[in-house]
Design a protein around this ligand. Structure first.
Ligand code: PGA
Length: 310
């Protein structure tokens, strides 16, 4: 195949937006120019890349394959550009990071401090769950990821920078709220509001309960930490969440942490990237900042003192 980078760039925008017109607008090209690039790419590939039903265009199977590679190639070109800018000593540049939804309770404060130090840097932040982060890493769509423990054998480089204790929360009026040393087994009588499948928090909790031979009953699956907190406050069940996101509710007395034996479950936050990835100067600086400074800036939450590692 004799593809040109320009063809791939035009194809990537068209495939992402599923519209020749929107791609033309984004790339400041005319619509016929976009159609021409796609036509030439299809000739080079030897298969159609789009099909049309009514007014809507869709990717063919070959189109989906080329889309996957065009995104990776685009990311590599951006990476090359940033590495070269770094070698030239540029202070600007772009940092693309993705974080699990649980970290947005502290990551924004850290990004704020980092941005004050490097005001010329444009930061792109995506907030999503663990499953999506792993997909983004495997497709090389992001510089750095902040997540719970990355899977072993996934060709990733990861550094732990802060504790992430998971605790059991309840409404203040709950029958267990004032009890101490609640046996783990007692939780079998309770209903939990748990995160969606693919969430790192949920995976860690399921592993913990399985290891301890305790059955966890899920009353409702909720794909949002905020909604879990609200539902627990409303008395719909107990929650299992990171201590990092509970400051306000605990202070206002809207939620309590239950004193359950073997809790908190101690996890860590990791800054992660693909093994062998050439990090731009900015990405290296942010990684270093997280590993060396974030803990002091945010302090260990008091609840993480004296806890046992899982
Ligand atoms: P989650 O990730 O937001 O997907 O639950 C948190 C974690 O990995 O600990």
């Amino acid at each position: 195949m004799h593809l040109t980078i320009r063809q791939l760039q035009v194809f990537e925008a068209t495939a992402r937006l599923l519209s020749f017109r929107k791609a033309a607008d984004e790339l400041h090209l005319s619509q016929p120019a976009v159609s021409m690039q796609i036509k030439q790419l299809e000739e080079n590939v030897g298969l159609p890349l789009f099909e049309k039903f009514g007014k809507q265009i869709y990717l063919t199977e070959a189109g989906q394959e080329i889309y996957h590679y065009s995104r990776s190639i685009g990311q590599l070109l951006t990476e090359a550009d940033e590495v070269i800018n770094g070698l030239k000593g540029a202070h600007g540049g772009r940092l693309s990071i993705s974080v699990t939804s649980t970290t947005n309770y502290f990551i924004l404060a850290l990004l704020g401090t980092f941005h004050k130090r490097f005001p010329g840097v444009t930061i792109t932040l995506d907030v999503t769950n663990r499953k999506t982060l792993l997909e983004q890493l495997s497709q090389n769509q992001v510089d750095l990821v902040v997540m719970g423990c990355p899977p072993e054998g996934a060709d990733l480089e990861a550094g732990a920078f802060m504790k992430n204790p998971l605790v059991v929360i309840a409404a203040p009026g709950h029958a267990l709220a004032k009890q101490t040393n609640i046996p783990l087994q007692r939780l079998e009588d309770e209903v939990f509001l748990t995160r969606e499948r693919g969430s790192g928090t949920r995976g860690a909790i399921e592993r913990f309960f399985t290891q301890h031979g305790v059955k966890l009953t899920t009353g409702m699956e909720i794909a949002s930490n905020e909604a879990i907190k609200q539902s627990v406050q409303a008395g719909l069940g107990l929650g299992l969440l990171s201590r990092d996101m509970l400051d306000m509710e605990l202070e206002l007395g809207k939620l309590v942490i239950l004193d359950v034996e073997d809790f908190p479950i101690v996890r860590y936050w990791y800054v992660t990237h693909r093994k062998g990835k050439r990090l731009s100067t900015v990405a290296q600086a942010f990684k270093h900042f997280l590993l060396e400074e974030s803990n002091q800036l945010l302090h260990d939450p008091p609840s993480s003192k004296g806890v046992r590692a899982l």
